[in-house]
Design a protein around this ligand. Structure first.
Ligand code: NAD
Ligand code: ZN
Length: 381
């Protein structure tokens, strides 16, 4: 089969790999019909995620058709169209039982931080992902969800990560009626977070980014106010001015590692600069939230970003919440929202590429070329 193959930072090739086989009675094999590239994949692509091995197939946002099921998978049948949450979760461990599927202990028992994730390096279990013609889905009786009749397949695709993550960011923000919510990052996750903030009763939603085409999009899609941080003197001061000097009630970090910038600095060997440039959006979030406010972090950070303005966080008495999204917990209500037309996530898809053109797709998405917001890879049937 064709699958993307990581060859090192900024190098993706589409190559032949063996079709995966059932390895455990709870596995399924899914033929992928569509797979997204995510901002999280860019951290891998930029070489920022430890233990990302050459030969890994990325891809944690995919839908497809069940080809084969193990003997212990009774809730899926061959031919079912499924959306597959990015978390690999056993459904039975102490974390899964609480709905914390992102922290499944069984799927990635070697890690004390994260559960298994498709195509997300050996720190997330070393599973191959779905940017391929076929993928092995472990614990297939838990994650994969049959796509409801009548649901657009690209809406279903965005239910595997991006919509639930935007929703989770807003949920963690503990937004109360009338709150001012600031979202840092107008990528797919930030766009969804801004849209979902209204569902929780926000009174005002402000998005900060520097890519004009994304700001234009989110202004209409969310809809919200959106500002370019390169055109405002200082984002923290700007938000204070906008909020009668109180600060925002809730700040959401939908940026994570500024991986591309950091990578360039690594390549030129300027390690100190690399530290100084890290986690800008998170600094802004902590410094522009009001005293006693909430900072909700869904942006993913690598080891070089373990520095935050902790003194300011203590002095302001703020709450910091953070996490990987447990997609399965949120699916029932989000499927309903999509079916009722309250949310239409597929509208953020700007590009569709044949799987064999994945290297171009990564380059365009990473470099933010051609007004790209969300790219989808389509394997040939
Ligand atoms: P993306 O790269 O498409 O978007 C990031 C956006 O942030 C870009 O538009 C960029 O211009 C903007 N940006 C960069 N620096 C900024 C700054 N200082 N202030 C404001 N904006 C800034 O990525 P995405 O797909 O939207 O994902 C966003 C983040 O969410 C990534 O870190 C990704 O790994 C993470 N993520 C987390 C989860 C989770 O479960 N927690 C799930 C999916 C994605
Ligand atoms: Zn993702």
């Amino acid at each position: 089969m064709q699958a993307i193959n990581y060859r090192g930072p900024f190098r993706i090739r589409v190559e032949d790999k063996p079709i995966p086989e059932i390895q455990h009675p709870r596995d399924a094999i899914v033929q992928v019909t569509r797979a997204c590239i995510c901002g999280s994949d860019l951290h891998l692509y930029h070489g920022m995620v430890p233990d990302t091995r050459v030969g890994t197939t990325f891809g944690h946002e995919f839908i497809g058709i069940v080809q084969e099921v193990g003997t212990e998978v009774h809730n899926l049948g061959v031919g079912d169209s499924v959306l597959v949450p990015f978390n690999i979760a056993c459904g039975q461990c102490v974390f899964c039982k609480q709905g914390l599927f992102a922290y499944c202990h069984e799927s990635n028992a070697m890690s004390s931080t994260v559960g298994g994730v498709f195509g997300y390096s050996h720190i997330a279990g070393g599973f191959d992902g779905g940017q391929a013609e076929y993928v092995r889905v472990p614990y297939a009786d838990i994650g994969p969800t049959v796509i409801p009749d009548g649901m657009n397949e690209e809406d279903a695709l965005l239910l595997t990560d991006v919509l639930p993550t935007g929703y989770y960011a807003a949920e963690m923000g503990g937004i109360k009626k009338g709150d001012t919510v600031v979202v840092f990052g107008a990528g797919p996750v930030g766009i969804m977070a801004a849209r979902c903030a209204w569902l929780f009763g926000a009174g005002r939603v402000i998005v900060i980014d520097h890519l004009e085409y994304r700001l234009d999009f989110v202004r209409k899609y969310a809809p919200c106010e959106a500002y370019n941080f390169k055109s405002i003197e200082d984002p923290v001061l700007f938000i204070k001015r906008q909020t009668d000097w109180l600060g925002a009630d809730v700040c959401i970090d939908a940026v994570g590692s500024d991986a591309c910038g950091n990578m360039m600095q690594t390549l030129t060997g300027k390690k100190l600069l690399l530290q100084a440039g890290a986690a800008t959006a998170l600094h802004w979030a902590i410094n522009s939230v009001k005293k006693g406010g909430i900072v909700s972090i869904v942006g993913v950070y690598g080891p070089t970003d373990n520095l935050i303005p902790i003194g300011n966080a203590v002095n302001k008495g703020i709450t910091i919440r953070a996490g990987q999204t447990s997609v399965k917990r949120l699916l029932p209500r989000l499927i309903e929202h999509v079916q009722q037309g309250i949310l239409s996530p597929r509208e953020i898809i700007t590009h569709r590429f044949a799987l064999e053109d994945a290297a171009d797709a990564y380059h365009i998405f990473s470099s933010k070329l051609d007004d790209c917001i969300k790219p989808v890879l389509v394997p040939s049937a």
